[in-house]
Ligand binder design. Structure first.
Ligand code: SAH
Ligand code: SF4
Ligand code: F3S
Length: 447
């Protein structure tokens, strides 16, 4: 590897989804190999990267204001290089360089592996650069790069999205769907296990569109990883309701020792007409049927979802349908958003946009409803015995933190403080819940 960094600091700030979190880790790993040293504040860096998100308008604004904050740093250190990667970079390309004179380079979501070369180029030539071509034709082969894997690791299994929901910019910022090979993924997961990883979260914009070169689908991938690797826990996100089928439910049940009983199943709206205009590919009833199928097949499964309020044309009654669906399903947790028009998308051109005031009011109503539901559902966890994979020990507070199979965060004390407590990290233990809050449980370690 070239010595591009010469020991300088690199600072990366991350917006958006887990895909971006994982991409940031990859950037750090690649730049470290090129002799950059990760630092925890932009003031210490010779290279600053913003890994951006464009799924809604707010995170896009954040990119602009964050770059602005570095003006003073660049004034003191003209050699400082500032780049933007991720989905805003992919969406705006050269326009972003033109709009923000402070920027040195812009790189798209398929340009991550070439990042060290790009930085070298920018440094040597002192020219500003854009690298934002999609590599849609290339096979997707990217071994997971994690510097110091903990107990749990993200593994990309596919990238891109071909669904074109009418509100969503992701198909334009992540390109066409491409999947990694099955054997490659088995080897990747095994390599992580050898480095101490106990749990993997398989990542993709739409994981159940996974299709390997040899024709294996997502169900086969899950089964293969459960049977042919020593990983202890498998999670995945995000699954699209239209592609969630009985086979996947059956495999989840058969392999329930490894495949976790928590599923994120974004519904977006509870009204069939809205769903149609969103191009989601299912009706309210079909979604509810899938929920029944999942609940019947995977006892005790916990569900979460994403919801958009104020999609163009959404009437008050249609919004009520979303509230009633949320009540009917009883999600443990929801991620609610006010609709935000995005470039290139069909819905941004719909003429019946909902006023902001209505969107905010609906969002608040939905949040209030879910708060009640989450509190009610949390009570079911009181007194339960859960299998917890321990992720961390906090010496100052002498307490252990881990996750239950349902992805609930659980806090509890080790049997005795100090020596030995650290040894619980990476172990799966039984914990009895003493007090249950919506997303956090307090418990005691069982012998
Ligand atoms: N691939 C995932 C979602 C990725 S985007 C899926 O299909 O479920 C994450 C969430 O952001 C979406 O589920 C949606 O609820 C929200 N979102 C996407 N575009 C949006 C927009 N234009 N306005 C508001 N929320 C949006
Ligand atoms: Fe966006 Fe729809 Fe693709 Fe999800 S499935 S990333 S919401 S287009
Ligand atoms: Fe955002 Fe891109 Fe993820 S738009 S949500 S960072 S795929």
């Amino acid at each position: 590897m070239q010595d591009i960094g010469r020991g300088q600091g690199v600072y990366i700030s991350t917006y958006g989804c887990q895909m971006n979190v994982n991409d940031t880790e990859r950037m750090y790993a690649l730049l470290e190999m090129a002799n950059y040293v990760p630092v925890e504040s932009p003031e210490k860096a010779g290279l600053i990267i913003i890994n951006s998100c464009s799924v809604r308008e707010k995170p896009v604004h954040k990119v602009h204001s964050e770059v602005g904050r570095y003006r003073a740093l660049k004034a003191v250190n003209p050699a400082l290089k500032i780049g933007v990667g991720g989905c805003v970079a992919q969406q705006e390309k050269a326009k972003l360089l033109a709009d923000i004179p402070l920027l040195d380079f812009v790189f798209g979501t398929d340009a991550i592996d070439a990042l060290p070369q790009l930085v070298a180029d920018v440094t040597e030539t002192r020219q500003r650069r854009v690298s934002a071509r999609f590599e849609n034709e290339k096979p997707y082969e990217t071994e997971t790069l994690i510097r110091n894997p903990g107990v749990s690791a993200f593994v990309n299994i596919m990238k891109g999205c071909d669904n074109f929901c009418t509100f969503c910019v992701v198909p334009f910022t992540r390109g066409r769907e491409r999947s990694r090979g099955l054997a490659e993924l088995v080897a990747d997961v095994n390599a992580l296990v050898r480095r101490g990883v106990k749990e993997v979260t398989l990542l993709g914009q739409n994981v159940n569109s996974y299709r390997s070169g040899c024709g294996a689908d997502f169900g086969e991938l899950l089964k293969t990883l459960a049977e042919d690797t020593d990983v202890q826990r498998i999670r995945y996100t995000t699954s699209h309701p239209k592609d969630f089928n009985q086979e996947l439910v059956d495999i989840s049940r058969e392999c329930r020792a490894k495949i976790m009983d928590y599923i994120h199943l974004p519904v977006q709206s509870g009204n069939t007409d809205v769903l149609k205009r969103m191009n989601r590919g299912y009706s309210r009833e079909e979604y509810l049927d899938k929920v029944r199928m999942i609940r019947d097949g995977i006892p005790g499964v916990v569900l979460s979802t994403d919801i958009i309020v104020g999609f163009p044309g959404e009437t008050e009654d249609q919004f009520r349908d979303t509230l009633s669906l949320v009540r009917e399903v009883g999600y443990d947790n929801i991620f609610p958003f006010a609709y935000s028009p995005r470039p290139f998308t069909k819905a941004a051109k719909f003429t019946d946009q909902v006023p902001d005031a209505d969107k905010s009011r609906r969002l608040q109503e939905l949040i209030d409803l879910q708060r009640e539901i989450s509190f009610d559902l949390a009570k079911d966890f009181d007194g339960r015995e859960l299998e917890v994979l321990v992720e961390r020990y906090k010496a100052e507070e002498n307490h252990l933190m881990g996750r239950s199979t349902q992805n609930k965060i659980v806090h509890f004390h080790p049997p005795e403080p100090g020596a030995g407590a650290e040894g619980f990290v990476g172990r799966t233990v039984k914990v009895k819940v003493l007090k249950a809050f919506p997303n956090v449980l307090r418990g005691e370690l069982l012998p």
